[in-house]
Design a protein around this ligand. Sequence first.
Ligand SMILES: Nc1ncnc2c1ncn2[C@@H]1O[C@H](COP(=O)(O)OP(=O)(O)O)[C@@H](O)[C@H]1O
Ligand SMILES: [Mg+2]
Length: 362
Amino acid sequence: MAAILEVKNLTTYYKTRMNERICSVDNVSFSLEDGKSLGIAGESGCGKSTLAMSVMGYYFPPLYYDSGTIIIDGKDITSLKPDVIRQTVLGTDIAYIPQAAMNALNPTRKIMRFIEDVLRAHGSALTKKEMRDLAEDRFGILNLPPKVLDQYAVELSGGMKQRTVIAISTILNPKVLIADEPSSALDVSSQKIVIKLLHDLMEKGFVRAMLFITHELPLLFNVTDDIMVMYAGEIVERGAAREMVFDPLMPYSKGLMNSIIVPEEGTRGHVLQAIPGAPPNLKIRPEGCRFSERCQYLKICEGTLNDKKAGPGRIYRCRLGEAKLRELYRKQEAEAKKFPLISHTYVDEAIASVETKGEERP
Ligand SMILES: Nc1ncnc2c1ncn2[C@@H]1O[C@H](COP(=O)(O)OP(=O)(O)O)[C@@H](O)[C@H]1O
Ligand SMILES: [Mg+2]
């Protein structure tokens, strides 16, 4: 199948006032197939949002392009000028819903005005009435009543605001949609609504492929086809969503899975364990394995650091081989079950309390 987004060896950096480089996206390569969704997971500060901004090819200070290529649906956008990117790529080839976008809607303008602005900025020849019809249609698909178009952002609930932002960002039918933590500010049931609607947009063909960013790896289970884990500016593991959630290989992915409770079937009863420490400073651009200082297997670490294959579409970056990692995890889980720090009952109770939260009231 053809890739709709192809990123090769992309490196981008922030330049600080002290003229230092913070290399937040470091030699990143991945591709996203037409019709597929790809999740990007990793703790805060790992470079997920910077990667999202970088793949749009639209750079402005303090973010700068260093090297690599970005191809969207066969078109190389890497060397296009910012003006050209703004006019011919953003919104149509690729659209980005920034983190916290729902709180960034200008409070003094009615929602319909945002839609008109986006359409006009792209030279739309539609009349006001046609724009209105288009907006009503799209809002309907996102379960938003037409009256929202005549309202101000402050009049909308969190979930409705989020859906409004999605409607505005996708009005030009972008080939690739990047949703950056679209649900982290919402309660669990609103999160599920947002995720379902993003899928509906893809199924109806308004969006052809999607990147979905979250700091919670397990949330991506049954949300995206594939998952990539990002750590300190690099991709450290990628595979099919199910395998990534239930059978992570790279110790950092394993740590992410173990550190979060998500109310999904199959994640119940896992042992909760935080990853000690924090991601490294990217000014230094660490040599070798960037996770090593936090890795509990550092003492037994051996072999060559490279991207290792583990079945079709599965790749992880670690010195240890697949068999060795699996053996370590089996032992550790057996031990943890003997002396649980947090009992499984506790985890199940926490999940149950989240699940019983009410549905969102519009
Ligand atoms: N405007 C900025 N100037 C300098 N450094 C930045 C800026 N924005 C982000 N960074 C740095 O880039 C790294 C990645 O940040 P970000 O992409 O926001 O991570 P994530 O989205 O995974 O939380 C962080 O270490 C952060 O300190
Ligand atoms: Mg972010």
